[in-house]
Design a binder for this molecule. Structure first.
Ligand code: NAD
Length: 382
């Protein structure tokens, strides 16, 4: 299959591009490399030293003989995007190419506007490019479990049957996102749903949980293929951030009570979920939603799991509750459905001590690269 991976230089996109290429697909990466520029803006870095996109794909070709084409450019530039579609004629478009940090979107007005413009307009351009140049192409769009927020009822996969005043309908599941970034994803969802209805586009929205881990089988093949791993207060996500904090002897910073519960999955499952979606395309006009996660944990539970494994590795780590920089419920119900990807064949890599240990060891290997001032959160929601 001819597949474009937008955002293919990022944390989820790079291992996905390699995995799909290994499976025999004809993969093209589209990325404007803005994530690398944001590292410069924030004076931050990936704890792992990442090679340039050019060197990464050259190494992949040297090792496997497989070519991954690259287009460096912005989804917001429609002429560029149209040209990529014209040259590639994609059968699937995997869309990871967005600004994905909630704290980044909450820094100030400029960052909120950038996040929503970049994400919503970029996604809208992708919808138009599919309509105009590849109407049969399957859009596989990365959404997030954060779109749903934390309702006091079970979270369904995209839709919920409602009975109201004696009548019933299946309606989009209510969204209660917690940042301008998460709101951008909800806006995307609405635009995609509408485009499916009016133009007959086929789309799968993958409401992904928080991704942890670093390596996949492919990224481990050579240091030049290593994935990025974020730890700072802006881009570091729970679990990966805790593991890196443990690796540098920092307290594990739990926000508030730590009873906030979120859905998680291993990066090895991210790549497989995208493959499953690609192999089982949505029908023309169908807007399909999969909840892409394998387990859920409270933030405090995760910190305690990391603390235990770190101790076994000889690291004395404390779990520290710090003032919550976000505005979110700290005590809430959480139960979400995730059967659709399982039904299509996903066999999850669940979190256990060995998985934690391997990410911890990789973090220890590079812990001299950590810029310590960046570890604590500086962005607040207020
Ligand atoms: P990332 O920041 O590491 O990668 C995103 C990539 O997209 C970067 O390489 C960036 O340069 C590129 N990009 C951004 N805007 C672009 C544009 N306008 N044109 C072209 N390229 C652009 O992020 P990630 O962690 O890999 O996340 C990928 C996707 O998965 C995002 O859409 C994110 O919302 C979603 N997601 C991620 C997580 C997670 O835990 N990492 C969880 C849920 C959902």
């Amino acid at each position: 299959m001819r597949i474009i991976v937008a955002g293919g230089d990022g944390f989820c996109g790079w291992p996905t591009a390699l995995y799909l290429s290994k499976q025999g697909h004809d993969v093209t990466i589209l990325d404007n490399l803005v994530r690398r520029k944001i590292d410069e803006e924030l004076h931050s870095n990936s704890i792992t030293p990442i090679a340039s996109l050019e060197d990464r794909v050259a190494k992949w070709k040297e090792l496997t003989g497989k070519e991954i084409k690259t287009f460096v450019g912005d989804l917001n530039h429609y002429d560029f995007l149209r040209e990529v579609f014209r040259q590639v004629q994609p059968e699937a478009f995997v869309h990871f190419g967005e600004q994905r940090s909630a704290p980044y979107s909450m820094i100030d007005r400029e960052h909120a506007v950038y996040t929503q413009t970049n994400n919503v307009v970029g996604n809208l351009n992708v919808l138009y490019a599919i309509k105009e140049l590849a109407p049969d192409c399957h859009l596989i769009k990365l959404g997030t479990m954060g779109e749903y927020g934390t309702p006091n009822i079970d979270i369904e996969e995209g839709y919920i049957e409602i009975e109201h005043k004696g009548r019933k309908d299946v309606l989009p599941y209510p969204k209660q996102p917690g940042s301008f970034y998460h709101l951008s994803k909800v806006h995307d969802t609405h635009n995609i749903m509408f485009a499916c209805k009016i133009w007959g586009i086929r789309a799968t929205d993958l409401n992904q949980g928080i991704v942890y881990g670093l390596h996949t089988h492919e990224t481990e093949m050579d240091p030049m293929l290593v994935n990025r791993l974020d730890y700072d207060g802006v881009y570091g996500t729970a679990l990966n951030r805790f593991l890196i904090q443990a690796a540098i002897g920092h307290d594990l910073t739990v926000y508030g009570s730590g009873n906030q519960t979120r859905a998680f999955l291993n990066i090895k499952d991210t790549v497989r979920c995208v493959e499953i979606a690609a192999e089982n395309p949505a029908d023309r006009g169908e807007f399909r939603v999969f909840n892409q996660f394998t387990e859920w944990f409270s933030v405090k539970e995760l910190a305690e799991m990391v603390q235990k494994v770190a101790k076994e590795e000889g690291l004395d780590t404390k779990v520290a509750s710090i003032e919550n920089p976000r505005i979110e419920k700290e005590e809430h119900y959480y139960h979400a459905v995730n059967t659709k990807l399982r039904d299509l064949g996903l066999e999850p890599h669940l979190l256990d001590d060995e998985v934690l240990r391997s990410i911890l060891k990789a973090s220890i290997e590079h812990n001299n690269r950590v810029i310590k001032e960046n570890v604590l959160p500086k962005v607040t929601w207020k």
